[in-house]
Ligand binder design. Sequence first.
Ligand code: DX5
Ligand code: ZN
Length: 221
Amino acid sequence: MIHISPSLLAADTAHLATAVCAAEAGGADSLHVDVMDGRYVANYAFSPKTLTDLRRVTKLPLHAHLEVSNPDDVLSLFATAEMIIVQEDTTPDLAATIATVRRLGCQVGVAVNRSRSVEALAPVLPQVDLLLVMAVEPGFGGQPFDASVLDKVRWLHARRCACGLRFAIGVDGGVNLTTIAQCVVAGADFFAVGSAAFVGDITASVKALREAAMAAIASEG
Ligand code: DX5
Ligand code: ZN
């Protein structure tokens, strides 16, 4: 199963509902909503109100990706999301943060930056729904894909198989028609896609991403 989660950071926010509906028509599985506080990253992005407003225009699950310096202080504001994704390096007690997200009734995603160890996250893998490997520095869309993160994807895939775990293996940043195939071959099955989704004919772009991922699976035999 391939999960495509268009990242609204790349959408035209003056026409957000139109972009969301086009992505939904293209077969998006969820919507990725980046939350940025100008501290953890040098940028600002969506708020809890965005999630509430999006509820009125789409039935797609909403994933709040918290790229903020104090996620523990604001988790409850994002409880309307189906999934809350936290950056693993932003919380002093990741297991406690994961437990709080569960208590709020949300699925749990944990994101790991390029410079950080994924092996160190082994203890929490049984507790998460998604392990999201960042292939760019968080903060901005449109950055080039760092192929060195594919080693993290391979490690996660091996670990998931070895331990019989069920979490999705995701990649966020620089995912496009070419890099999505590399990620799939390495073992990823979940993709947050900004600039390669919200470009041109959005419906066609989202469809093409899934087709590229499925073609990579087929070529693996
Ligand atoms: C970056 C965000 C990403 C971003 C990806 O901090 O977490 O979700 O939207 O954008 P692209 O796909 O353009 O790299
Ligand atoms: Zn993101």
